[in-house]
Design a protein around this ligand. Sequence first.
Ligand code: HEM
Length: 411
Amino acid sequence: RLAVERAAVWLMASRGDGVARLVSSPWRADPYPTYARLREGTGVYRSKLRITSVATHALCSKVLRDRTFGVRSTDGAEPPPFAASGLPGEVEVIPSMLEVDAPDHTRLRALARPAFSPAKITGYRAGIEEATARLLERALAKDRFDLMADFAAPLPITVISALLGIPDVDSAAFVRYGRVLGASLDGTKSVRHARALRTANRELRALFTRLIAERTADPGPDVISALATSTGLTALELATTCELLLIAGFETTTNLIGNAVWTFARNPDQWDRLRADPALVGAAVDEVLRYEPPVQMTARIPHRDTEVAGTPVAANSMVIVLLGSAGRDPAAFERPDEFDIGRPKGADHLAFSSGAHYCLGAPLARLEGEIALGALAGALPAITAVAEPKWRKTTVIRGLSELWLSPGTGS
Ligand code: HEM
């Protein structure tokens, strides 16, 4: 969808409008003052290139839920799917459920939904706790450890691989796929990135083609077996759904854990509070999702001429929905720029989006976040960063590439 184009267009739009700071590194370190400016007035911002963005909670919510808006244009202009490199020799890449509208979206989502039923989610708990304990023990045995490489990345990879039934996971390769595909949400940035994308697509497709053939012949209790033995999916849709679940399942959760730890590092009183009252862990995960969401924006396309807060929006034009801005909107949350894990229940954050494409894996992401954060809170009396964290050079995805911590004296 949008994807390759969307962030690229966003970049052009912001440059054209003289707000290049949106994509510069100071913006990456702190995008929120820029969002505050975009929320001024009606909360609708129209770039010189006539790209519309919506920044308030109410408008983001409205656009995501309004059936006038879809994720594809209806004028026949097919934007390439975000996972496409555009280079020759690419495996065939089709849009995933994230990138299609009803009726295809409804069909694809319904087939994947059983993997995230409440009973299934409960069943994943023991495996997540075991992986968390193992990774944490190994990380804490070091003099200093990189939270991202030693914990935040391998944990969700282990979880989603177990769920899909991927044996002998090559974590390093998966981290590479996640980074390359996650970065492609901003568009294909360079020839080097395009090549890395083509390689990631080929390797992932080879992996899933093999696993799908095995599970079709000899199904097990895993999600690939369930999808492979269901009817109603073409072979290419099946592979694409598996690839989406893998990538959506860890890249974002990795950044939830990293963003959480970094936010607590800057708010030690909140860390003390969580350590004193572990029952706050669920609220803490949601507060991180509101305050530092791993997915900062998405996009929608109106299927007919319409308007948003009085601003006309033409059919098949692009509307950027600033999820990260919605979480900081003072009209929806009191003291929005304060990180407060005990805040009274206000509006729902939009970190998992809303409407038809609401994150299918949200219950799993919450569970992983709670177990990871709970374990860290039990083990680290304080979060002691031993170097400045490094932010990833991405716009749609917000997360750290490195966060070096000292284990301190465990308690
Ligand atoms: C969709 C965020 C974890 C699977 C989405 C969307 C967002 C999102 C914002 C919708 C984008 C849009 O409306 O255009 C997140 C965040 C996560 C997370 C912040 C972690 C903190 C997961 C996990 C899985 C997953 C763990 C699965 C294992 C999906 C799928 C969709 C989706 C399949 C597509 C749903 C659809 O198009 O109907 N996610 N996600 N996500 N997510 Fe997540």
